[in-house]
Design a protein around this ligand. Structure first.
Ligand SMILES: [Zn+2]
Length: 427
């Protein structure tokens, strides 16, 4: 590199698959061949390189690129510079994790064990690493936002979202994890010590901020919540144009609470009736909202006749409070109706969260740690016997991942040197 080339501050690391270490070592003595392999790999994954915005190279390097070799922890690493915009790319071979002594295959096993529900401590013991090293690895992954990684996979920002917060514990304190899900993908997993509307708005606002940076005109059309005040109010503040719906399954589960003192079997029977009522309304092709209003009135009357006026009145009042949110769900066919996938995501995250002392590390960053876990949730493929086996959440939602190796994908997607190429033109 010439003396005029100022080191770039932006992280433009790229991870390149050299298949094995011997190949890498052999290529080190042959700059031309080395660059060819790098270009071929970048082409094969369908990504572009993150040049400076002024660069007209359209995301590629050429044989004329400048390069330099540097030593990093005893390993020779190449830096390649674009001759046009002077952006410098650090080429990390697949068998090295950025800033980490840990080998990717060790990280892979530990991360799978973590995702599978093992505690940080057990996963670390099994893989012969320290729990803190594993904790730091997850945090390092979490320094890249979910929006950045998911849009690199070609997923559009979701127009309809599920928003809900997981109640959890950090040592003795209650904490909340405001979450945004669309289909099988987590778009936001925040952390808040307070359940106030302001705290939730701040957390969900981080998602909005990242989304607007990616797409300045981004708007949410519909959001489904369970009706919790702070969530509803933060959605109203952040996405004023969005329809706000209330989860129908949540409604179903709440009904028995409105019938206190009624025998369990009668409550169960009424719950089933309510379930059928909601189901039939959703099946309708037209006038769904009108149908729901009518049927709910009849249902409240029926409760009055079977278990008494007080119960009927309580349920009527409850319908009155919530009906706007339920109508919203039925009025727009694209609105998600139930937050089931969000609950599944929460359960998956929760299983390890409680077992992890690392989560409560006083000097730790809960936000980065949670985002790191969310990347694992989105990118590790489902197990062989599961529905969508072999695919990860991103793929199930129609996103593209660069390679068939999830660990390599994680390395590529959380590095700063790649950007998503525009979708290939259809012929
Ligand atoms: Zn360039």
């Amino acid at each position: 590199m010439g003396p005029t080339a100022k080191p770039t501050r932006q992280n433009r690391t790229i991870t390149v698959d050299f298949r094995d270490e011997t190949t890498y070592a052999a290529l080190l003595g042959n700059p031309k061949a080395f660059l060819e392999v790098v270009f071929a790999f970048v082409l094969s994954i369908g990504f572009q390189l993150n040049h400076k915005s002024t660069c007209h190279r359209g995301g590629y390097l050429t044989r004329h690129s400048h390069y330099a070799r540097v030593r990093l922890n005893g390993l020779t690493i190449w830096r390649v510079q674009c001759p046009v915009c002077k952006a410098v790319f650090t080429v990390l071979p697949h068998f090295v994790l950025r800033y980490r002594q840990m080998r990717p295959e060790v990280a892979r096993d530990a991360l799978v064990a973590t995702r599978g529900g093992l505690s940080l401590e057990l996963a670390a013991v099994i893989c012969h690493i320290s729990p803190m090293a594993l904790y730091r690895l997850v945090c390092a992954l979490g320094h890249h936002s979910l929006v950045t990684v998911l849009t690199r996979c070609g997923l559009p920002l979701p127009r309809y979202i599920l928003a809900d917060e997981k109640h959890s514990r950090c040592l003795t304190d209650k904490v909340y994890l405001p979450t945004i899900v669309s289909g099988r993908v987590l778009w936001h997993l925040g952390y808040s010590a307070s359940k106030s509307a302001a705290a939730f708005t701040e957390s969900y606002g981080a998602y909005q901020h990242a989304a607007l940076a990616h797409e300045p005109a981004y708007q949410v059309r519909g959001a489904l919540t369970d009706g919790f005040d702070s969530t509803v109010s933060s959605m109203r503040t952040l996405f004023p144009g969005a329809r706000l719906g209330y989860c129908l399954r949540h409604a179903l589960n709440k009904l028995p609470d409105k019938l206190i003192g009624v025998s369990a079997s009668v409550r169960q029977g009424l719950r089933s009736k309510f379930h059928a009522l909601l189901h039939r309304c959703r099946q309708r092709k037209s006038l769904r909202v009108v149908a729901l209003g009518q049927r709910q009135r009849h249902f409240a009357d029926r409760i009055t006749t079977t278990v008494g006026e007080a119960h009927g009145e309580r349920v009527r009042q409850w319908f009155q409070d919530k009906k706007a949110g339920w109508y919203t769900v039925l009025a727009d066919p694209q609105m998600p109706a139930m937050s089931t996938v969000l609950d599944q995501a929460h359960n998956a995250i929760d299983r390890k969260l409680f077992a992890m002392k690392g989560f409560h590390h006083p000097g730790g960053s809960q936000a980065a740690f949670l985002t790191g876990l969310a990347h694992l949730y989105n990118l590790i493929p489902y197990q062989r016997r599961a529905l969508n086996a072999g695919k990860c959440g991103v793929e199930v939602e129609g996103g593209r991942v660069p390679t068939s190796d999830w660990m390599l994908n994680l390395q590529i997607l959380t590095s700063g040197g790649y950007q998503c190429a525009p979708a290939p033109p259809h012929h």
